[in-house]
Structure formats: C-alpha cells, structure tokens
Design a protein around this ligand. Structure first.
Ligand code: FAD
Length: 542
C-alpha cells in the first residue's frame, strides 16, 4: 500500500474521478472496493481515521440478526444471513465461525418451540446446512455448554452458527483491497462543502486535517457514506428534507476472561425485555449493548456510568455467580447507529435496513444497514451510479464482483489454513515468551503478515512485548496509514479495548516509536501523550 500522502494529495487535486466516496467506515470502504474493482476511477476521503465512526464500535458480529426475524424483517435477515458465509470466505482469518448459545427461560423472550422454529427459519434464510445447523438443547445440555447460566426457570437452549470479527480491521482490509484496485483512499481529509455546475454537484471542498490545507476533489458522482454524519453532509448540500437520521447509542463493556469465563458467545434476556450479547475474545469477554436515543456530540461518544451499570446488572442477572462490578470493567466503547427515523417507534423498534437518498443536485447518500451487509449495500450504490452514468451517455461499469475478491491476500484461503497458520505462529510466540492470547490476536489482526511481524520482532533486542509492538508499528506505519497512536491502539490492533494493560505498560515506548518515525517535536510528543491519556480515561472512567 502506498502511504505517500503527499503523492495521494497531488492525485486528488489534479485528477477527475468517476466517483468520490465521503466516509471511510465499512459502507464507504465497501463502495470504494466495489466501484474500483468494476473499473471506476475512485477516491475515498475520511475526516478522521478509517473506521473511526460506528465501524469500530459495533458488537463485532457478522450476523443475520435473529431479533430482526421477530420484527418480520425477513428480507434483511435473508440478505445479511447469506452475506455471513461470503464475508467469512473472503476473510477467513478475520471473520471466525462462532457458535452462539441462546438460553431459554420460562417467560423469557423466546420459548422452546418458538426458538426451534425461529432458528430453523434463520438457518434456512441464510442457507446454513449440515453440522452448522441449529441444535436445540435440553436444560442439562445447555448447562453443560454454559455452566455459569442462572438455573431457575431454565428450560433449555438453542445453539446456532454466527461469526465474530474485528469491525475496524474488516473496514481496513476492504480499504486495502480497494487501493489494490487503484482507488485513492485518504484518512484525515474532511469534506466541508460542495461546488455545483448547472445545478449538479461537481466537486467537494475538503480540508487536510493534518496540515489545514484546503483542496477540491472533482468527480462525476459523489456518494456520502458518512454514517451518523449523513444528515450533516445532506445539510452541506442543502438537501436535508423528508426522511432523516435517528441516532441511537450502543455501549459495550470489557472484562477479563477469568472474571466471566464463558465457553460460548451467549445471546441472553435482560430483565427489561431486551437482549444482549456476551462474547469471549482472546483474554477478555465483552458485553453489550445498550440502545438509547442520542443527541450529543457525534464526535465524542463514550459509555457512561448508566450504560455500564445497566450492562453489569444484566450480566449479573444471567450469570449470578460471577458478581461483576465497576472495578471489573477494563475498558468500554460506544457507537451510534445511524437509523432512519420512524415516527412513534423506539430506538430498538426502528428498522436496521439501509436506505438511499438522492438529492436534486445528484448527491447520493446511504445510511442505516449493518456491518454484515456492507457488500450488498455497496453493490446497490455502485449499480445506481453505473445506471446514472449510462443515462448520461457514460460508461456501463458492469456487475459487482466483490464476492470473488479475497480480503486476506491469497495465502489464507479457509478456516483450516488459518488454523494451521495459527499453530505455526503459536510456536514462535511461545519461543518469545509472549502472553497466551498473542497467536490468536496476531493471526486475527494481521492474517498472513503476522509471520513477517514475528520474524521482525525476533530480530529486535528488546523485551518481548516491546519487540512485537515495534514490529507491529513498523508494519502499520508502512502499510496501514497509521498517523496517530489511537489509530494504532484502537483501530489497527484493538488493544484499547481488549488489552488495555499492554498500553499502560508500554505507552511511553509506543509514543517514542511515533516520535522517531514521524520526527515529532517534544511539544507534539507531549500533546499526543495527553491525548492518549484522555482517551484512556474516557474508556475506563465512566
Ligand atoms: P461509519 O462507520 O460511522 O462511517 C462513516 C464515516 O464517515 C466515519 O468514519 C466518519 O468519520 C466519516 N465522515 C463523516 N463526515 C465526514 C466528512 N465530512 N468528510 C469525510 N468523512 C466524514 N452491524 C453488524 O453487522 N453486526 C454487529 O454486531 C453490529 N453491532 C452494532 C452495535 C452497535 C452498538 C452499533 C452502533 C452498530 C452495530 N452494527 C452492527 C451496525 C454497524 O456497525 C453499522 O451499520 C456500520 O458500522 C455503519 O458503517 P458506516 O460506514 O455506514 O458508518
């Protein structure tokens, strides 16, 4: 990946694009890959870091959304259900099959028969067959699968197939794939306003958020995939009318695995009738989510004490033996669902379907939807752009082919190959004396480049954790457009959430690596240290 920002800026300034995408979350990334792989000359701009919006704050499941079936959103469940297997095939190191346990209680959300039928339909819609098909479990078998569950009124359970991912890394993998098809993708470049020719949108006025320089990007078509900021962009286009966004905040908490040693991911009832997930991940278990209306600052969204207490109470209610408290919470995150407002419905009742808006000026906006459905959302948008292009006498860009573009490079082609590779990494990690979660962490985070990262780490004469950090940083500086410590610690590696202790132990070391690479002044170093310390406080001092 070329990371020569100045070269990329020159290209953006001097060339005209077929398509400009605003927003580097999963939706924008998916559109950029789809468009570039069909031969569109494509640019993507992101005002912050890639995936810094909702796409690093989800529950990190590639799932069909069982609860949408209850709301009779059959089309949505069918589409995203089928997408799970495709995204798993495209990125087997990053999208891992994960059995989900749904315990069933007397007077709970789902009864035994309803769950059996519901999960059967869920599997059918998604085309799940064979060993992966849902299994209904007796009370005893449910407790054998998950001994920490509360026992009174437990009737049994359903065990069904889902997938777990790292949303920010998935987004970045899609961006990297788009770049391999010559899309020009830049982070820290904000769209401020638009220019028009004959009443039609023709370019975006942007600001380089690092240098303050302004520039204009010209394109035949402009698509806004700005997630929770979609209405802001529509406002800049003077086209915010009719349907609008409704933002709902969802928070998660992270505890050490030994404090809640779940054997499975569990989808369980809350006392207020909602449901939440408990998901084991490497050295932690994470729990979420809340669903509350949000009208605060969209650029600063964190879990608060009420969110944390709600999630702790729900967890303790279902797993009464563990008695989690605030001190157990190592980290948190919160994100905004950009839902399409529906009069008279609560946040939980509003549809998760995506919607496309076209303004008179030609600005195309897309909002709503799921991480899981990003490929199909992208296909709809790029089909639309291609159709508009033909209407205007331009090129037909053909059909979507992103279901054949691997996101793992060519080397790790399926879950079996990933497992063999993880064994290889495991033996190296053992030699280095790194903590036990590192093989899974390195393989799921980087895929095949984990090999070169380990090899580099071996060559450094440093304590093991610092050696691996230096090797990771070296890879991320060169290949992943990392500019700030939080790009690396939050979105490239997830350490902020799942291994926050490693930041506490090595923050000064990491900051010095940044200083050496970017030639930071002492003032810049201390400003970045302050910024990281504030972020650390925000995720754990609720
Ligand atoms: P975003 O990721 O928010 O991306 C929009 C981007 O646009 C941002 O990065 C922003 O910085 C950028 N931007 C904004 N304004 C500008 C501008 N002026 N110039 C340039 N760039 C700009 N889905 C699932 O499939 N599975 C799940 O488990 C799941 N769990 C969820 C849990 C929660 C709590 C939430 C909130 C959502 C969850 N979702 C899940 C939904 C999923 O996360 C979202 O649908 C998806 O991430 C939205 O991606 P996006 O690209 O549309 O928006």
């Amino acid at each position: 990946m070329t990371t020569q920002r100045s070269q990329l800026f020159d290209t953006l300034k001097s060339e005209k694009f077929d398509l400009l995408v605003i927003g580097g979350g999963i939706t924008g990334a998916g559109i950029a890959l789809d468009a570039a792989s069909r031969g569109m000359k494509t640019a993507l701009i992101e005002k912050n870091d890639f995936a810094s919006g909702t796409s690093s704050k989800s529950t990190k499941l590639i799932h069909g959304g069982l609860r949408y079936l209850k709301q009779f959103e059959v089309g949505l469940v069918r589409e995203v259900g089928k997408e799970r297997a495709i995204v798993h095939r495209l990125a087997p190191h990053l999208v891992k099959a994960e059995k989900m346990l749904l315990p069933i209680y007397k007077n709970g959300t789902y009864g035994m028969l309803g769950t059996s039928v519901g999960l059967w339909v869920y599997d059918k819609l998604a085309g799940v067959t064979g060993e992966d098909s849902r299994r209904m479990l007796s009370r005893e078998k449910t407790l054998a699968e998950e001994p920490l569950l509360k026992t009174p009124d437990l009737l049994g359970g359903g065990l069904y197939a889902e997938y777990r991912t790292d949303d920010a890394r998935l987004t970045l993998s899609v961006i990297k794939a788009a770049i391999s098809y010559h899309a020009v993708c830049l982070n820290y470049l904000k769209c401020l306003s638009f220019e028009y020719r004959n009443g039609k949108i023709s370019s975006a006025n942007c600001r380089n958020e690092i240098t303050g320089e302004n520039l204009s990007v010209t394109a035949d078509f402009i698509v806004s995939a700005a997630g929770p900021w979609v209405d802001e962009i529509r406002k800049a286009d003077h086209s915010l009318e009719g349907k609008h966004l409704f933002l709902s905040k969802g928070s998660h908490i992270v505890v050490a695995r030994e404090r809640l040693p779940l054997k499975h991911s569990v989808y369980f009832d809350l006392p207020d009738g909602r449901m939440m997930f408990g998901i084991p991940r490497h050295r932690t278990t994470y729990l979420g989510t809340t669903d509350t209306p949000f009208d605060g600052d969209t650029d600063h969204v964190f879990a608060d004490a009420a969110d944390v207490d709600y999630l702790l109470a729900g967890t303790n209610n279902m797993f009464p033996g563990v008695n989690l408290n605030r001190q157990d919470v190592e980290s948190t995150w919160a994100g905004l669902r950009p839902l399409i407002h529906e009069e008279g419905k609560s946040a939980g009742e509003m549809s998760r379907k995506d919607e496309i808006f076209e303004s008179e000026s030609g600005l195309i906006s897309i909002a709503g939807g799921k991480l899981t459905g990003y490929r199909k959302m992208a296909e709809r948008i790029v089909d639309l752009v291609s159709e508009r292009s033909v209407k205007l006498g331009g090129r037909d860009f053909g059909k979507c082919r992103t279901d054949e573009i691997p996101l793992s490079g060519d080397s790790l082609r399926n879950a079996k190959e990933v497992a063999v590779f993880q064994k290889e990494i495991q033996s190296k990690v053992r030699e280095m004396n790194l903590p036990a979660h590192y093989p899974a962490y390195l393989v799921e985070t980087y895929g095949e480049p984990a090999r070169q990262i380990i090899r580099k780490a071996f060559a450094y004469e440093l304590p093991a954790e610092q050696a691996i950090l230096r090797a990771e940083l070296s890879y991320c500086f060169a290949r992943e457009m990392v500019l700030f410590p939080d790009d690396f610690l939050e979105r490239r590696t997830g350490r902020l959430y799942f291994d926050i202790g490693s930041i506490d132990r090595h923050l000064d070391f990491i900051l010095l690596e940044f200083r050496n690479y970017f030639n930071w002044s002492t003032e810049k170093l201390s400003a970045e240290k302050q910024r990281m310390e504030t972020l650390l406080q925000n995720v754990r001092n609720f």
